[in-house]
Design a protein around this ligand. Structure first.
Ligand SMILES: [Zn+2]
Length: 412
Protein backbone atom coordinates (compact mmCIF):
# COMPACT_ATOMS: atom_id res chain seq x y z
CA UNK A 1 0.00 0.00 0.00
CA UNK A 2 1.43 3.35 -1.08
CA UNK A 3 0.45 6.11 1.33
CA UNK A 4 0.76 9.57 -0.18
CA UNK A 5 0.44 12.48 2.26
CA UNK A 6 -0.40 15.77 0.59
CA UNK A 7 1.87 18.14 2.55
CA UNK A 8 0.81 21.21 0.62
CA UNK A 9 -2.85 20.62 1.32
CA UNK A 10 -2.11 19.95 5.01
CA UNK A 11 -0.06 23.15 5.25
CA UNK A 12 -2.76 25.25 3.67
CA UNK A 13 -5.45 23.61 5.82
CA UNK A 14 -3.49 24.39 9.00
CA UNK A 15 -3.24 28.03 7.86
CA UNK A 16 -6.93 28.14 6.92
CA UNK A 17 -7.99 26.81 10.31
CA UNK A 18 -5.66 29.25 12.11
CA UNK A 19 -7.52 32.12 10.43
CA UNK A 20 -10.64 31.34 12.53
CA UNK A 21 -9.27 33.27 15.49
CA UNK A 22 -10.12 36.08 17.88
CA UNK A 23 -6.43 37.09 18.09
CA UNK A 24 -4.20 38.69 15.45
CA UNK A 25 -1.98 36.26 13.51
CA UNK A 26 0.21 34.41 14.25
CA UNK A 27 -1.63 34.04 17.59
CA UNK A 28 -4.74 31.87 17.64
CA UNK A 29 -7.56 32.31 20.16
CA UNK A 30 -10.53 30.02 19.64
CA UNK A 31 -12.68 29.54 22.72
CA UNK A 32 -15.34 26.87 22.63
CA UNK A 33 -18.76 27.92 21.26
CA UNK A 34 -17.66 31.42 20.26
CA UNK A 35 -18.51 32.52 16.71
CA UNK A 36 -14.97 31.70 15.54
CA UNK A 37 -15.10 28.24 17.08
CA UNK A 38 -18.44 27.55 15.40
CA UNK A 39 -17.07 28.73 12.02
CA UNK A 40 -13.97 26.57 12.46
CA UNK A 41 -16.09 23.52 13.28
CA UNK A 42 -18.28 24.08 10.22
CA UNK A 43 -15.14 24.39 8.09
CA UNK A 44 -13.76 21.08 9.41
CA UNK A 45 -17.13 19.36 8.89
CA UNK A 46 -17.14 20.49 5.26
CA UNK A 47 -13.59 19.12 4.75
CA UNK A 48 -14.73 15.78 6.21
CA UNK A 49 -17.77 15.63 3.94
CA UNK A 50 -15.61 16.46 0.93
CA UNK A 51 -13.45 13.49 1.89
CA UNK A 52 -16.54 11.29 1.64
CA UNK A 53 -17.03 10.81 5.39
CA UNK A 54 -20.38 10.59 7.15
CA UNK A 55 -20.54 13.35 9.75
CA UNK A 56 -22.59 13.48 12.94
CA UNK A 57 -22.49 15.69 16.04
CA UNK A 58 -23.53 14.73 19.55
CA UNK A 59 -25.31 16.95 22.06
CA UNK A 60 -22.12 18.65 23.30
CA UNK A 61 -20.77 19.13 19.77
CA UNK A 62 -18.24 16.28 19.64
CA UNK A 63 -18.03 15.66 15.90
CA UNK A 64 -17.65 12.17 14.41
CA UNK A 65 -16.66 11.68 10.75
CA UNK A 66 -16.99 8.05 9.77
CA UNK A 67 -15.54 5.91 7.02
CA UNK A 68 -17.76 2.85 7.27
CA UNK A 69 -15.94 -0.45 7.26
CA UNK A 70 -16.93 -3.60 5.38
CA UNK A 71 -18.25 -5.01 8.66
CA UNK A 72 -20.11 -2.02 10.07
CA UNK A 73 -21.17 -3.91 13.21
CA UNK A 74 -17.57 -4.20 14.48
CA UNK A 75 -16.20 -1.75 17.06
CA UNK A 76 -14.75 1.44 15.60
CA UNK A 77 -11.10 2.43 15.20
CA UNK A 78 -10.95 6.07 16.27
CA UNK A 79 -8.52 8.94 15.86
CA UNK A 80 -8.79 12.66 16.47
CA UNK A 81 -8.09 15.58 18.77
CA UNK A 82 -9.40 19.10 19.44
CA UNK A 83 -9.48 22.44 17.61
CA UNK A 84 -10.27 24.82 20.47
CA UNK A 85 -7.33 27.01 21.48
CA UNK A 86 -6.56 28.96 24.66
CA UNK A 87 -6.09 32.76 24.39
CA UNK A 88 -2.94 33.68 22.47
CA UNK A 89 -2.11 30.10 21.48
CA UNK A 90 -0.54 28.63 18.33
CA UNK A 91 -1.73 26.76 15.25
CA UNK A 92 -0.74 23.18 16.01
CA UNK A 93 -1.98 22.01 19.42
CA UNK A 94 -4.89 19.67 18.71
CA UNK A 95 -5.12 20.78 15.08
CA UNK A 96 -2.35 18.39 13.97
CA UNK A 97 -4.37 15.47 15.36
CA UNK A 98 -7.57 16.56 13.61
CA UNK A 99 -6.15 17.51 10.21
CA UNK A 100 -3.56 14.70 10.44
CA UNK A 101 -6.36 12.22 11.15
CA UNK A 102 -8.34 13.52 8.19
CA UNK A 103 -5.31 13.38 5.88
CA UNK A 104 -4.49 9.85 7.10
CA UNK A 105 -8.00 8.73 6.13
CA UNK A 106 -7.75 10.47 2.75
CA UNK A 107 -4.39 8.77 2.10
CA UNK A 108 -5.82 5.35 2.98
CA UNK A 109 -8.82 5.87 0.70
CA UNK A 110 -6.60 7.01 -2.13
CA UNK A 111 -4.37 3.97 -1.65
CA UNK A 112 -7.42 1.75 -2.16
CA UNK A 113 -7.45 0.41 1.40
CA UNK A 114 -10.76 -1.15 2.50
CA UNK A 115 -11.18 -1.19 6.30
CA UNK A 116 -13.10 -4.00 7.95
CA UNK A 117 -13.70 -1.94 11.11
CA UNK A 118 -15.10 1.54 10.53
CA UNK A 119 -12.50 4.30 10.95
CA UNK A 120 -13.74 7.45 12.59
CA UNK A 121 -12.25 10.91 13.03
CA UNK A 122 -13.35 12.58 16.26
CA UNK A 123 -13.15 16.32 16.94
CA UNK A 124 -13.56 16.75 20.70
CA UNK A 125 -15.44 19.71 22.19
CA UNK A 126 -13.50 21.94 24.60
CA UNK A 127 -10.28 20.15 25.42
CA UNK A 128 -9.07 23.42 26.92
CA UNK A 129 -10.52 24.51 30.28
CA UNK A 130 -10.59 28.21 29.27
CA UNK A 131 -14.32 28.80 29.22
CA UNK A 132 -15.88 26.39 31.69
CA UNK A 133 -12.93 25.79 34.03
CA UNK A 134 -12.73 22.08 33.25
CA UNK A 135 -10.53 20.51 30.57
CA UNK A 136 -11.66 17.76 28.18
CA UNK A 137 -15.37 18.48 28.56
CA UNK A 138 -16.30 16.47 25.45
CA UNK A 139 -14.23 13.39 26.25
CA UNK A 140 -15.28 13.40 29.91
CA UNK A 141 -18.91 13.19 28.77
CA UNK A 142 -18.16 10.58 26.09
CA UNK A 143 -16.51 8.36 28.69
CA UNK A 144 -19.01 9.01 31.48
CA UNK A 145 -16.24 10.53 33.64
CA UNK A 146 -18.46 13.62 33.99
CA UNK A 147 -22.21 13.21 34.40
CA UNK A 148 -24.68 15.08 32.22
CA UNK A 149 -26.05 16.75 35.37
CA UNK A 150 -22.63 17.99 36.46
CA UNK A 151 -21.92 19.27 32.93
CA UNK A 152 -25.23 21.17 32.77
CA UNK A 153 -24.30 23.08 35.94
CA UNK A 154 -20.97 24.35 34.57
CA UNK A 155 -20.93 28.08 33.84
CA UNK A 156 -18.46 30.46 32.25
CA UNK A 157 -17.19 33.73 33.80
CA UNK A 158 -20.29 35.57 32.63
CA UNK A 159 -22.53 33.05 34.37
CA UNK A 160 -23.66 31.51 31.08
CA UNK A 161 -24.21 27.76 31.40
CA UNK A 162 -23.00 24.94 29.16
CA UNK A 163 -26.66 24.11 28.63
CA UNK A 164 -27.44 27.60 27.28
CA UNK A 165 -24.44 27.93 24.97
CA UNK A 166 -24.80 24.51 23.43
CA UNK A 167 -28.52 25.01 22.76
CA UNK A 168 -27.76 28.40 21.20
CA UNK A 169 -25.22 26.59 19.03
CA UNK A 170 -28.06 24.41 17.76
CA UNK A 171 -27.15 21.30 19.76
CA UNK A 172 -30.57 20.22 20.97
CA UNK A 173 -30.10 16.56 21.96
CA UNK A 174 -29.88 15.50 25.59
CA UNK A 175 -26.43 15.43 27.26
CA UNK A 176 -27.30 11.98 28.66
CA UNK A 177 -26.93 10.64 25.12
CA UNK A 178 -23.31 11.76 24.73
CA UNK A 179 -21.83 8.83 26.68
CA UNK A 180 -20.66 6.19 24.22
CA UNK A 181 -22.02 2.64 24.58
CA UNK A 182 -19.67 0.02 26.03
CA UNK A 183 -17.46 -1.55 23.37
CA UNK A 184 -17.91 1.34 20.93
CA UNK A 185 -14.18 1.54 20.20
CA UNK A 186 -11.73 -1.17 19.30
CA UNK A 187 -8.92 1.37 19.66
CA UNK A 188 -8.33 5.12 19.75
CA UNK A 189 -5.09 6.82 18.60
CA UNK A 190 -4.36 10.53 18.98
CA UNK A 191 -1.66 12.32 17.00
CA UNK A 192 -0.38 15.39 18.87
CA UNK A 193 2.58 17.75 19.12
CA UNK A 194 4.81 16.80 22.04
CA UNK A 195 4.50 20.17 23.86
CA UNK A 196 7.89 19.37 25.40
CA UNK A 197 11.55 19.41 24.26
CA UNK A 198 12.58 15.73 24.24
CA UNK A 199 12.02 14.68 20.60
CA UNK A 200 13.70 17.80 19.26
CA UNK A 201 16.64 17.42 21.63
CA UNK A 202 17.09 13.74 20.76
CA UNK A 203 16.51 14.47 17.05
CA UNK A 204 13.93 11.71 16.80
CA UNK A 205 10.85 12.44 14.67
CA UNK A 206 8.25 10.41 16.56
CA UNK A 207 7.26 9.49 20.10
CA UNK A 208 5.08 6.51 20.96
CA UNK A 209 3.22 7.38 24.15
CA UNK A 210 3.08 4.47 26.56
CA UNK A 211 1.43 6.22 29.47
CA UNK A 212 -0.37 9.46 30.24
CA UNK A 213 0.21 11.20 33.57
CA UNK A 214 -2.72 12.73 35.39
CA UNK A 215 -3.02 15.44 38.01
CA UNK A 216 -4.69 15.58 41.38
CA UNK A 217 -5.39 19.17 42.41
CA UNK A 218 -6.21 20.55 45.81
CA UNK A 219 -6.68 23.91 47.42
CA UNK A 220 -5.39 24.05 50.99
CA UNK A 221 -6.45 26.81 53.37
CA UNK A 222 -4.46 27.50 56.53
CA UNK A 223 -6.14 29.60 59.24
CA UNK A 224 -3.83 31.04 61.89
CA UNK A 225 -4.02 34.25 63.85
CA UNK A 226 -3.08 37.70 62.59
CA UNK A 227 -1.60 40.52 64.58
CA UNK A 228 0.94 43.33 64.64
CA UNK A 229 4.37 42.33 63.30
CA UNK A 230 5.98 44.18 66.18
CA UNK A 231 3.51 43.56 68.96
CA UNK A 232 3.01 39.80 68.95
CA UNK A 233 6.03 37.92 70.32
CA UNK A 234 7.25 34.75 68.68
CA UNK A 235 6.03 32.23 71.30
CA UNK A 236 2.48 33.64 70.93
CA UNK A 237 2.23 33.39 67.15
CA UNK A 238 0.02 31.25 64.91
CA UNK A 239 1.56 32.36 61.61
CA UNK A 240 -0.42 30.84 58.75
CA UNK A 241 2.34 31.42 56.19
CA UNK A 242 4.99 29.64 58.26
CA UNK A 243 2.61 26.68 58.55
CA UNK A 244 1.97 26.74 54.79
CA UNK A 245 5.74 26.80 54.20
CA UNK A 246 6.06 23.55 56.14
CA UNK A 247 3.35 21.98 53.99
CA UNK A 248 5.04 23.10 50.77
CA UNK A 249 8.39 21.63 51.83
CA UNK A 250 6.76 18.39 53.00
CA UNK A 251 5.09 18.11 49.57
CA UNK A 252 8.40 18.70 47.78
CA UNK A 253 10.08 16.09 49.95
CA UNK A 254 7.34 13.52 49.28
CA UNK A 255 7.60 13.99 45.50
CA UNK A 256 11.42 13.89 45.56
CA UNK A 257 11.48 10.64 47.50
CA UNK A 258 8.70 8.80 45.63
CA UNK A 259 11.28 6.67 43.85
CA UNK A 260 10.26 7.70 40.31
CA UNK A 261 11.12 10.60 38.03
CA UNK A 262 7.46 10.78 36.93
CA UNK A 263 6.31 12.07 40.32
CA UNK A 264 5.99 15.87 40.34
CA UNK A 265 4.32 18.19 42.82
CA UNK A 266 3.84 21.95 42.54
CA UNK A 267 2.46 24.78 44.62
CA UNK A 268 1.85 27.47 42.00
CA UNK A 269 -0.37 29.84 43.95
CA UNK A 270 0.06 31.21 47.46
CA UNK A 271 -2.41 33.85 48.63
CA UNK A 272 -1.52 35.56 51.89
CA UNK A 273 -4.13 37.45 53.92
CA UNK A 274 -4.06 40.28 54.82
CA UNK A 275 -0.81 40.67 52.87
CA UNK A 276 0.82 43.61 54.61
CA UNK A 277 4.50 44.00 55.58
CA UNK A 278 3.70 44.70 59.20
CA UNK A 279 0.96 42.14 59.69
CA UNK A 280 1.28 38.47 60.68
CA UNK A 281 -0.33 36.27 58.01
CA UNK A 282 -3.70 35.20 59.39
CA UNK A 283 -4.84 33.08 56.47
CA UNK A 284 -3.03 31.46 53.54
CA UNK A 285 -4.43 29.59 50.62
CA UNK A 286 -2.18 27.45 48.41
CA UNK A 287 -2.86 25.48 45.24
CA UNK A 288 -1.42 21.97 45.03
CA UNK A 289 -0.91 20.04 41.78
CA UNK A 290 0.43 16.48 42.05
CA UNK A 291 1.06 14.43 38.90
CA UNK A 292 2.27 10.95 38.21
CA UNK A 293 1.87 8.07 35.81
CA UNK A 294 1.19 5.75 38.75
CA UNK A 295 -1.88 6.21 40.87
CA UNK A 296 -0.25 4.33 43.76
CA UNK A 297 2.74 6.69 43.87
CA UNK A 298 0.55 9.75 43.43
CA UNK A 299 -1.71 8.64 46.26
CA UNK A 300 1.35 8.17 48.49
CA UNK A 301 2.28 11.83 47.93
CA UNK A 302 -1.30 12.86 48.67
CA UNK A 303 -1.18 10.88 51.93
CA UNK A 304 2.14 12.47 52.88
CA UNK A 305 0.57 15.90 52.34
CA UNK A 306 -2.46 14.96 54.42
CA UNK A 307 -0.17 13.74 57.20
CA UNK A 308 1.78 17.02 57.01
CA UNK A 309 -1.53 18.90 57.33
CA UNK A 310 -2.36 16.97 60.52
CA UNK A 311 1.04 17.30 62.17
CA UNK A 312 1.55 20.97 61.21
CA UNK A 313 -1.91 21.86 62.43
CA UNK A 314 -1.16 20.26 65.78
CA UNK A 315 2.35 21.64 66.14
CA UNK A 316 1.47 25.21 65.15
CA UNK A 317 -2.07 25.37 66.51
CA UNK A 318 -3.55 26.41 63.17
CA UNK A 319 -6.53 25.03 61.26
CA UNK A 320 -5.74 23.40 57.93
CA UNK A 321 -8.47 22.60 55.47
CA UNK A 322 -7.59 20.66 52.28
CA UNK A 323 -10.21 20.77 49.53
CA UNK A 324 -10.15 18.42 46.52
CA UNK A 325 -10.61 20.08 43.13
CA UNK A 326 -10.07 17.07 40.91
CA UNK A 327 -8.34 13.73 40.82
CA UNK A 328 -8.09 11.91 37.51
CA UNK A 329 -6.36 8.56 37.29
CA UNK A 330 -3.37 8.24 34.91
CA UNK A 331 -3.58 5.81 31.99
CA UNK A 332 -1.45 3.10 30.40
CA UNK A 333 -1.59 2.86 26.61
CA UNK A 334 -3.18 -0.20 25.02
CA UNK A 335 -0.37 -2.70 24.26
CA UNK A 336 -1.83 -3.68 20.86
CA UNK A 337 -1.96 -0.04 19.72
CA UNK A 338 1.57 0.64 20.97
CA UNK A 339 2.74 -2.45 19.05
CA UNK A 340 0.97 -1.24 15.89
CA UNK A 341 2.52 2.24 16.22
CA UNK A 342 6.00 0.76 16.67
CA UNK A 343 5.52 -1.53 13.72
CA UNK A 344 4.28 1.37 11.57
CA UNK A 345 7.35 3.46 12.52
CA UNK A 346 9.67 0.59 11.64
CA UNK A 347 7.90 -0.14 8.36
CA UNK A 348 8.43 3.46 7.24
CA UNK A 349 11.98 3.61 8.58
CA UNK A 350 11.36 6.21 11.29
CA UNK A 351 13.19 6.28 14.60
CA UNK A 352 10.89 6.70 17.58
CA UNK A 353 11.10 7.08 21.35
CA UNK A 354 8.84 5.44 23.91
CA UNK A 355 7.36 8.39 25.83
CA UNK A 356 5.23 9.53 28.71
CA UNK A 357 2.68 12.24 28.08
CA UNK A 358 3.08 14.67 30.96
CA UNK A 359 0.27 16.89 29.82
CA UNK A 360 -3.11 15.22 29.67
CA UNK A 361 -5.29 14.99 26.61
CA UNK A 362 -8.72 13.76 25.58
CA UNK A 363 -7.15 10.31 25.15
CA UNK A 364 -6.79 10.10 28.94
CA UNK A 365 -10.58 10.10 29.28
CA UNK A 366 -11.21 7.87 26.27
CA UNK A 367 -8.87 5.39 28.03
CA UNK A 368 -11.68 4.80 30.56
CA UNK A 369 -13.78 3.15 27.84
CA UNK A 370 -11.29 1.95 25.23
CA UNK A 371 -7.65 1.04 24.63
CA UNK A 372 -5.82 4.25 23.62
CA UNK A 373 -2.35 5.39 22.62
CA UNK A 374 -0.84 8.62 21.34
CA UNK A 375 1.75 9.50 18.73
CA UNK A 376 3.88 12.59 19.35
CA UNK A 377 5.72 14.72 16.82
CA UNK A 378 8.37 17.31 17.82
CA UNK A 379 7.51 20.98 18.26
CA UNK A 380 10.16 23.67 18.09
CA UNK A 381 11.86 24.28 21.46
CA UNK A 382 9.01 22.35 23.06
CA UNK A 383 6.93 25.56 22.87
CA UNK A 384 3.17 25.19 23.03
CA UNK A 385 0.21 27.35 24.07
CA UNK A 386 1.98 30.39 22.58
CA UNK A 387 1.88 32.05 19.15
CA UNK A 388 5.34 30.80 18.09
CA UNK A 389 4.33 27.15 18.54
CA UNK A 390 5.65 25.33 15.45
CA UNK A 391 5.84 21.85 13.97
CA UNK A 392 7.61 21.27 10.65
CA UNK A 393 5.78 20.04 7.54
CA UNK A 394 8.11 17.00 7.49
CA UNK A 395 7.32 15.99 11.04
CA UNK A 396 3.60 16.50 10.49
CA UNK A 397 3.69 14.39 7.32
CA UNK A 398 5.68 11.62 9.01
CA UNK A 399 3.33 11.56 11.97
CA UNK A 400 0.40 11.40 9.57
CA UNK A 401 1.80 8.53 7.53
CA UNK A 402 2.52 6.49 10.68
CA UNK A 403 -0.98 7.29 11.94
CA UNK A 404 -2.47 6.11 8.63
CA UNK A 405 -0.47 2.89 8.71
CA UNK A 406 -1.50 2.27 12.32
CA UNK A 407 -5.20 2.89 11.60
CA UNK A 408 -4.97 0.44 8.69
CA UNK A 409 -3.42 -2.25 10.90
CA UNK A 410 -6.05 -1.77 13.59
CA UNK A 411 -8.97 -1.65 11.15
CA UNK A 412 -8.01 -4.72 9.12
ZN1 LIG B 1 -3.96 19.61 22.76
Amino acid sequence: MKLAIDRERMGSEIEALAAFSDADAPAVTRIVFTAKDMEARAWVRTRCEEAGLEVRQDAIGNTFARWTGSDAALPVVGTGSHIDAIPNAGKYDGVVGVLGGLEAIRALRKAGFCPRHSIELLIFTSEEPTRFGIGCLGSRLLSGTLSADAARKLTDNDGVSVEDVRRKAGLTGELEQVKLPAGYYKAFVELHIEQGPILEREQVPLGVVERIAAPASLRVTVEGAGGHAGGVLMPERKDALCAAAELILALEQAAQTSGAIDTVATVGICEVFPGAVNSIPARVRISVDIRDTSLVRRDAVVRALEEACRSTSEKRQVTIHPEWLNSDAPAESGPAIVAALRQACEKHGFKFLPMTSRAYHDSLFISRIAPVAMLFIPCRHGYSHRPDEYASPDDIAWGTVVLAETLAMLAE
